[in-house]
Design a protein around this ligand. Sequence first.
Ligand SMILES: NC(=O)c1ccc[n+]([C@@H]2O[C@H](COP(=O)([O-])OP(=O)(O)OC[C@H]3O[C@@H](n4cnc5c(N)ncnc54)[C@H](OP(=O)(O)O)[C@@H]3O)[C@@H](O)[C@H]2O)c1
Length: 375
Amino acid sequence: LAVSGRRLRVAILGAGTVGREVVRAFLETPARLQPADGSPLELAGVAVRDIARATAAGIPARLLTDAPAHLVGAQDVDIVVELMGGEEPARTLVAAALDAGRPVVTANKRLLARHGPSLEAIARRAESPLRFEATVAGGVPILAPLASDLGANAVTRVRGIVNGTTNFILSAMAHAGRSYGEALAAAQAAGYAEADPAADVEGQDAIEKLVILARLAFGAWLPPEAIPNQTTDDDGAAGPPGIIGVTAADIVAARAAGRTIKLLATAAPAGGVPGSIAARVVATAVPVDSPLGRTSGVLNRIEIDARPVGQVAFEGPGAGGAATSSAVIGDLIAIARGLGSTWAGLPEAGRGRVVAAEHEAYLVGPSGARYPVVD
Ligand SMILES: NC(=O)c1ccc[n+]([C@@H]2O[C@H](COP(=O)([O-])OP(=O)(O)OC[C@H]3O[C@@H](n4cnc5c(N)ncnc54)[C@H](OP(=O)(O)O)[C@@H]3O)[C@@H](O)[C@H]2O)c1
């Protein structure tokens, strides 16, 4: 998309937790959407399912439609922002927009993690920018810095706490002595966990974010279903996924060893084979007095180890409509300034292979779960 003084008209698909905040920015702070060295952005329309609910939330009726495919295909739409979530119809709409040469911004980690290779192929063929900063760690800028500002480096490891819901639950268990069930109920009451928390507590959400991080760090799209999300017992048998098997007694035992338990997503190149990545998202015993150990509540923290820079870390609000809108709007401004896709400057990614991570040591909890120990 050439940078010109022409206004770029933006279609937003979805006006929920995140979409509502992006729409609000267009309506209330339009100056933020006028980059000094790029094209000004303006709102063309907003697609939702329930128009009455969106009008009640303050979105003018003249902007609303319940026909997202029409909005994506409208003659006067230049950029599509997908904030609906889920695989379909998001995948079809995003693919259609890219195919038609329209830049897309999305916050949809599931879409990217499960359809990344095909969407990257379409975006590259059609030369349509695809930006997705909000898919990982909400408002924390991590993907564009990884792809571009750290472009001089060879990344040797990416690891982090990338799911605020599970970190809230584990923090409540560690600090308030709550059971897993009590902590989950508190997270739901505070709006940090959904009524059906499975994608968060079983680790799928963190796996999807790790796939996206690995794409930018190592140039390979990993199959999400191959990334382990279970601890093992002494016999090597897999335990419950994510954090659902973590008990209060396990956390007390970890504490006695100077550790706390975090759902840690880790990926590192393995065995010198290009595209082979040791990746896992498992409950891990980290030093209680370390930056990861001190990352509490819904905060996210991602550490990048790379040569020549050493270690750099990114920390901040990993979710929430307002924080996440920061990343979405940042991507819109990047497009208006002609900066291309999130992976701009990197070669096209191939498909990667997940291999088992080597664990040096474990902490065995009273529940029988073996938590990898890392420093
Ligand atoms: N929430 C966060 O903190 C956060 C952080 C980072 C990334 N994300 C990602 O951002 C995306 C949006 O999340 P969210 O929390 O904003 O979701 P949400 O609150 O559930 O909102 C989804 C919106 O999309 C609309 N929608 C869904 N399916 C639709 C369809 N088939 N046709 C038209 N409209 C449709 C919904 O309309 P109705 O209300 O009318 O049904 C609603 O306005 C997801 O991919 C999520 O993973 C969210």
